[in-house]
Design a protein around this ligand. Sequence first.
Ligand SMILES: *Cc1c(COP(=O)(O)O)cnc(C)c1O
Length: 465
Amino acid sequence: MNAVLKPGAERTTAQWQAADAAHYLHPFTDFKALANKGSRVMVRADNIYLWDSDGHKILDAMSGLWCVNVGYGQKALIDAATKQMTELPFYNSFFQTATPPAIELAELLAEVSPTQFKHVFFSGSGSEGNDTVVRMVRRYWDVLGQPERSVIISRHNAYHGSTVAGASLGGMSGMHAQGGLPIPGITHVEQPFWFECGQGMTRDAFGLKAAAALETRILEIGADKVAAFIGEPVQGAGGVIVPPDTYWPEIQRICDKYGVLLVSDEVICGFGRTGHWFGCERFGFRPDLMTFAKGVTSGYVPLGGVMVGERIAKVLIEQGGEFNHGYTYSGHPVACAVAIANIRLLQQGDVVRRVHDELGPYLAQQFALLAEHPLVGEVQTCGLMGAVQLVQDKSRLKVFAPEHEVGMLCRGHCFASGLIMRAVGDRMIVAPPLVITRAQIDEMMALIRRCLDLTLADVTHRGWV
Ligand SMILES: *Cc1c(COP(=O)(O)O)cnc(C)c1O
């Protein structure tokens, strides 16, 4: 027989699920609960749509995991990988060697980054990039003869990855509760989350108050002990928390005043997500280091790294002495070749400007209309990221009891309706591919409305409103 199998059709969904439950431990997953329920198996994708093993078409409003910025099926990226795999699938950069894609990507990243960045250190992921940040900021102060300057300040509800250093930098209490984190020398301050921490104040006043927490902590610890402050321009995994416009300029002022290094974790915000090449440009601050991953390759292959500002690069280069750090896959030639193709595609398609001028404002306008829905307490957008805060009582912005898991209920309706939207508590979030069209935004918004209506019917039926 010569039947052409559809992707994933070699086995039935039930067979895939049985093998999955028997052998595969998924990230951030309750293994027992998933084994009882069975995974959804994705087999194919094109543009902004996915297909599962039952043939359902799903609009991927999360770009995979915030990464497939140019959408699925882009031939330029596929060709770049194929060509590089054929010519030189791997060589490392350890022993005073390099490969053309790694060199060329370093050059291209310097071109698209803010002017203070001329150098890059590559890793395999965002978490590893943040491990590099920890090693590098401490190395910087060592080289300057101030080794006691080692504390790194981050924020509650931040996400910086899941390695030991990444999870320690992050401010997720559930992650800290497992494995004795954070490691010493990392401390967390208030997040700029107006809905949760700032009600009763204007957003601008709250932005200044949240930033002031950094200054207070620096003074408590002693500025001569503080190495760096790290933050995501917009907190992604925390729930698409867009800070008040007053926040980042005040953070910049405080870091400048005490000589503290400023690190922008651009793993989600980088490469056009906010309508700028990097999120720091949207919020008007000037970091010394930028972590990137996800969108650098649109997720087609793993790659991460750290853009190193001249303040730091100069010291490390001029001082000499080996930096005892690196990864087997630092500068992986296939990953770098794909990243080059991805960045060229963003440039040639004028994608970042389109997010800034057209798609971001259109999403903002459409989300503003959602604010009228009885379940919605707050909407926020930034570029092509959006959040919808579900509330029990709209007039008083009262939230649902956490144990009702209304966000999960809504996410269930999304999945069943052919829409991938993520729930962070009761905050529903989207970050669609940057190549989405206006018509596709309309399609996404219609699905979101439908799911909000279904969720409202549910919570009404259960007597929770
Ligand atoms: C996803 C993410 C990371 C971790 O990246 P991985 O590639 O999963 O290790 C770090 N920082 C931020 C802001 C992220 O969103």
